[in-house]
Design a protein around this ligand. Structure first.
Ligand SMILES: Cc1cc2nc3c(=O)[nH]c(=O)nc-3n(C[C@H](O)[C@H](O)[C@H](O)COP(=O)(O)O)c2cc1C
Length: 400
């Protein structure tokens, strides 16, 4: 199998598994603790059904979506992921270019290897900049100003990493810096010499370019990563930080990682424009609910005031359709584009986006919906209709 013959995202995951040493693949693939949250993110989609409508002319379908005043070709986007240069040099820029070509957003992480300025050169219309607040207020303010100066379209603040989490696969594999070269790691890495050579050539970690300006001149990639590790996670971050960013940033501001409806309401109150409803892909709190389960309550809490974007566990076009029926405007995913870039570079990411696009198109036709933006809860079926139901058998309130 090669990237073009991959027919679904699981195929691409398997291609990446073959390309990467286990220590690297597990870093991307893994969750925390018992990996229950990882499983739950997928299982949540299985609870819902889409009820098809027929005899509607669906010969033309439109899956474009408007987010923060800009029209994207598909209701999907690439979630922010740090250190992607470890899986392939320039992975961030390859993701940016694939997102640009597919006309979907790419959320460039502050923990990426490419700088936000580099990303903006490749995909000026498609980069949303994702930052974590650090323990240093001056750096936080400077990151926001850099986003202003680079004319980033959307600023995303991730808030769901107050502390590092318990990633047991990484601990068992010795994923540390430098990687712990146990006999097992060496044996496995021998099957992936290209990756090992690249890893050794970059001195164990590629430069985290967003942070270079805050390190002493001439700092190595390792020293920059060490500095980053002292600044984040920043457990003291609170609503005051969000208010300060809201004051400093005039454009659309999105918070990623809020899961409680009351937090969503507070975000709306301080003027946040969008939320990425996410549990970080099951990489933080193993006992957290899946974002899909929380969507209806969060939609009810914020009404139409705030855009909702679902993240975590999205692997099929039907997942994106369901997310929309439950109140999200669009959905984004993190691991599949990383598998794509690890397996085949930019064409690998393009293939991931193309597969999702095709699946969404097919599902729209199957359920008799001509336009993604017309989806609502009337397409959901979650149980046998009760006798009292008249016609529609949905159990959720239609999205306003
Ligand atoms: C390797 C990896 C690195 C990540 N780095 C970041 C990051 O820098 N910032 C962030 O907000 N989320 C980060 N995430 C979380 C993703 O943005 C996203 O929430 C998650 O991957 C969604 O789940 P999915 O992989 O099931 O789609 C990372 C996820 C992975 C797998």
């Amino acid at each position: 199998m090669n990237i073009q013959s991959a027919i679904n995202l699981e195929d691409i995951r398997q291609l990446a598994r073959r390309k990467l040493p286990r220590i690297a693949f597990d870093f991307i693939d893994g969750g925390v603790d018992d990996e229950l949250c990882l499983k739950r993110n997928r299982e949540a989609f299985e609870k819902y059904r889409l009820l098809p409508r027929y005899l509607r002319d669906v010969s033309k379908r439109d899956q474009s979506v408007v987010l923060f005043g800009r029209t994207y070709a598909s209701p999907i986007g690439i979630s922010p992921t740090g250190l992607a240069g470890l899986w392939r040099p320039d992975a961030d820029l390859m993701q940016a270019a694939a997102a640009r070509d597919a006309n979907v957003p790419f959320l460039l992480s502050s923990a990426a290897n490419a700088s936000l300025e580099d990303g903006m050169r490749v995909a000026p219309e498609h980069i949303w900049f994702q930052m974590y607040c650090t323990s240093d207020e001056r750096i936080n303010a400077d990151l926001v100003q850099r986003a202003v100066k680079a004319q980033v379209g959307v600023l995303v603040i991730s808030v769901d990493v107050p502390v590092n989490s318990n990633r047991e696969r990484n601990r068992r594999n010795g994923f540390s810096r430098p990687l712990r070269m146990t006999p097992g790691v060496i044996l496995n890495a021998m099957g992936h010499p290209a990756w090992v050579l690249r890893y050794l050539r970059t001195g164990g970690i590629p430069m985290m370019r967003n942070w270079k300006p805050y390190a002493p001149p001439g700092a190595t990639a390792g020293q920059v990563a060490d500095m980053y590790g002292t600044l984040t996670p920043a457990p003291m971050v609170n609503w005051e930080h969000m208010r300060r960013i809201r004051d400093a940033w005039q454009g659309p501001m999105v918070i990623k990682g809020l899961m409680h409806p009351d937090d969503a309401r507070e975000a709306a109150r301080i003027g946040v424009n969008g939320l990425v409803v996410s549990n970080h892909g099951g990489r933080q709190l193993d006992v957290a609910p899946s974002p899909l389960e929380m969507l209806p309550a969060i939609r009810a809490a914020v009404g139409n005031q705030v855009e909702l974007i679902l993240d975590s566990g999205v692997r099929r076009g039907s997942d994106v359709v369901m997310a929309r029926c439950l109140g999200a405007r669009a959905a984004i995913f993190g691991r599949p584009p990383l598998y794509g870039v690890a397996a085949a570079g930019q064409p690998g990411v393009a293939r991931v986006l193309q597969i999702m696009r095709n699946e969404i198109d097919m599902v729209l036709a199957q359920i008799g919906c001509r336009a993604f933006e017309e989806l609502d809860a009337s397409y959901l079926w979650t149980g046998a209709p009760r006798a009292a139901d008249s016609g529609s058998s949905t159990c959720e309130k239609p999205m306003p």
